[in-house]
Design a protein around this ligand. Structure first.
Ligand code: NAD
Ligand code: UGA
Length: 458
C-alpha cells in the first residue's frame, strides 16, 4: 500500500509511543514509525507486553501495529524515509556542570538534531515534541542548517499536554493542540502540514497556532500553573491540620468560584511525575538567566512547598506513632506517582520510603502496576523493603498503612479484615484522602488524613 504521508518519531517513550499510536490509529493513510536507541524498549513495543501501562493503549496499538504503525531501532533509515519527524526524546534535569539540578539536559535532543542533519537526503519538517527551554528551536535550526544548506528543514514546536494514566483520552480529545512556527511562507506551509495531521480527528478550533517561542514557553507555563495549584492547596492543607478546617470543604468552596475552577485542587502527599519538578526548575533557571530573580523565586516556591508536603507527611507519621518508627512494619499502599500508571519517576513514594527507612522502619510496598519500578528505585535499601502485589498480604502485621497512590482498588478493600490482621494500635495515613475516614475510625484505626483533623482513639 502506498501511504499518503510518512511520519517518524524519534524517542518511543511515554510520549512518543502513545502519540504515534494515536496518529496511526486516526490516520490509516499515513505510515507512522517510532524509533528508539533502546532495543529492549522497541522489543516491548513489538510484543504483547508494552513498555508502559496506559489504559486503552493496548487496543490502539493492536489495531494498527504492523499495518501503519511500526516500532524500530533503524533510526537512520527512518529519518531518510520520513517527511515529518517528531522528536520526543527525554529532556531530564541536568545533573552535571553549569546549571546542574536546574537546567534541562539537552544532550539527547542535540544528538538527535545532528543525526537528522547527517542522515537526511530530502526536505524535512522537524517537530519538537519534547518539552524544551524557550528558544531551543533556534538552536535546533542552527544545528540543522549548519553545513547542510542543500536541504531545507522547518522546525515546529508542538508540545505535548497528555497526562499519564489518561494519555489515550487526552490524545483522542485534547483540550487543545498547540503548534508554534515562524511566519515565513515555507514555515506556514510546514505548520499547515502538521495542522492537517491533527485535523483528522481534532476539531479545527482546538488546534491553535502561535509563534515558536510562545509555544515553547506555554508548555513550561502550563506545567508550572498546574503544579502551582497543587502546592497552593497543599499549603492550605497544612493550615487546615492546625485549625480544624477541612481541606476537602475548603477546596470545594473555593473551586466553585468559576474563576478558580474545581480541577487540580486535590490535596495530596505531594506531586510527582517526571515533568512538574523538572519543568519548573527549568523555568526558574531560564528566569535567572534573564535576570528575573523575583520571578524565579516565585516559581521555586512551588517546588519548595512540594518538598515540604512530603517531609510533613513523614513527620506526621513519626509524631503520631509515638516518635519512633524503628522496627515498625509500615505498608505503603501504592508507589506510582499517580493512579493508572506504573511510572514511579519522582514519585513521593520514593522520598517517603527513604525517610521511613532512615527511621529504621521495615517497609512493605504494594502497587498493582509499579512494583517492578519500585524495586529499581529502592534497590539500595535491599532487604529492608519487601514488595507484595496483594494489599491484604502487604498490610498483615503492619503497624501502619500509608496511602501514597490514589488507586481505585484501595477504596474498595475489606478494611475490617485488614484491621484484624494488623499490629495494634493500627494507623492509617491517607496521603490521598481517598478512604472513608469515619468508617475506618469506627473499625478501630487511628486515621490521619491530609488537611483534616485526625480521628484517633487516644
Ligand atoms: P521517556 O524517557 O519515556 O522517553 C524518551 C525516549 O527517548 C527513551 O525511550 C530514550 O531511549 C529515547 N532516546 C533518547 N535519546 C535518543 C536518541 N538519540 N535517539 C533515539 N531515541 C532516543 O520520556 P517521556 O516521558 O516520553 O518524555 C519525553 C519528552 O516529552 C520530555 O521532554 C518530557 O518532558 C515531555 N513530556 C512528557 C510527558 C509525560 O507524561 N511523560 C508529557 C508531556 C511532555
Ligand atoms: C502533567 C500534566 O498534567 C500534563 O498536562 C503534562 O503534559 C505532563 O505533566 C508533562 O508535561 O509531563 P502528569 O505528570 O502525567 O501530567 O500527571 P498529573 O495528572 O498532572 O499529575 C501530576 C502529579 O500531581 C501526580 O503526582 C498527581 O497525583 C498530583 N496531583 C494532581 C495532586 O496531588 N493533586 C491534584 O489535584 C492533581
Amino acid at each position: 500500500m502506498k501511504f499518503e504521508k510518512n511520519i517518524l518519531c524519534i524517542g518511543a517513550g511515554y510520549v512518543g509511543g502513545p502519540t504515534m499510536a494515536m496518529i496511526a490509529y486516526k490516520c490509516p493513510r499515513y505510515k507512522v514509525t517510532a524509533v528508539d536507541i533502546n532495543p529492549e524498549r522497541i522489543g516491548q513495543w513489538n510484543s504483547d507486553n508494552l513498555p508502559i501501562f496506559e489504559p486503552g493503549l493496548d487496543k490502539v496499538v493492536r489495531a494498527c501495529r504492523g499495518k501503519n504503525l511500526f516500532f524500530s531501532t533503524e533510526i537512520e533509515r527512518g529519518i531518510q524515509e520520513a517527511e515529518i519527524i517528531f522528536v520526543s526524546v527525554n529532556t531530564p534535569t541536568k545533573t552535571f556542570g553549569s546549571g546542574a539540578g536546574m537546567a534541562a539536559d539537552l544532550q539527547y535532543w542535540e544528538k538527535t538534531a545532528r543525526q537528522i542533519r547527517d542522515c537526511a537526503h530530502s526536505r524535512k519538517i522537524v517537530v519538537e515534541k519534547s518539552t524544551l527551554p524557550v528558544k531551543t528551536s533556534l538552536a535546533m535550526e542552527r544545528i540543522l542548517t549548519d553545513a547542510n544548506d542543500r536541504i531545507h528543514f522547518d522546525v515546529l514546536s508542538n508540545p505535548e499536554f497528555l497526562a499519564e494514566g489518561t494519555a489515550i483520552q487526552d490524545l483522542e480529545t485534547p483540550d487543545r493542540v498547540l503548534i508554534g512556527s515562524h511566519e515565513t511562507e515555507r514555515a506556514l506551509e510546514a505548520r499547515e502540514a502538521l495542522v492537517q495531521i491533527y485535523a483528522n480527528w481534532v476539531p479545527r478550533e482546538k488546534i491553535i497556532t502561535t509563534n515558536l517561542w510562545s509555544s515553547e514557553l506555554s508548555k513550561l507555563a502550563a506545567n508550572a500553573f498546574l503544579a502551582q495549584r497543587i502546592s497552593s492547596i497543599n499549603s492550605i492543607s497544612a493550615l487546615c491540620e492546625k485549625t480544624d478546617a477541612d481541606i476537602a470543604e475548603v477546596a470545594k468552596a473555593i473551586g466553585m468560584d468559576s474563576r478558580i475552577g474545581e480541577k487540580f485542587l486535590r490535596a495530596s502527599v505531594g506531586f510527582g511525575g517526571s515533568c512538574f519538578k523538572k519543568d519548573i526548575l527549568n523555568l526558574v533557571y531560564l528566569c535567572r538567566y534573564y535576570g528575573l530573580n523575583e520571578v524565579a523565586e516565585f516559581w521555586e516556591g512551588v517546588v519548595r512547598i512540594n518538598d515540604y508536603q512530603k517531609s510533613r507527611f513523614v513527620l506526621n507519621m513519626l509524631n503520631a506513632m509515638f516518635n519512633t518508627l524503628a522496627g515498625k512494619r509500615i505498608c505503603l499502599f501504592g508507589f506510582a506517582f499517580k493512579a493508572n500508571t506504573g511510572d514511579t519517576r519522582e514519585s513521593p513514594g520514593i522520598f517517603i520510603a527513604r525517610e521511613l527507612a532512615e527511621e529504621r522502619a521495615e517497609l512493605v510496598i504494594t502497587d498493582p502496576e509499579a512494583l517492578e519500578n519500585a524495586r529499581v528505585d529502592l534497590e539500595d535499601l535491599g532487604k529492608d523493603v519487601s514488595y507484595l502485589v496483594d494489599p491484604y498480604e502487604a498490610a498483615e502485621k503492619s503497624h501502619a498503612i500509608a496511602v501514597i497512590t490514589e488507586w481505585e482498588l484501595y477504596r474498595a478493600l475489606d478494611y475490617d479484615r485488614i484491621y484484624r490482621s494488623m499490629t495494634k494500635p493500627a494507623f492509617i495515613f491517607d496521603g490521598r484522602n481517598i478512604l472513608d475516614h469515619r468508617k475506618l475510625f469506627e473499625i478501630g484505626f487511628n486515621v490521619f488524613p491530609i488537611g483534616k483533623t485526625p480521628l484517633t482513639h487516644f
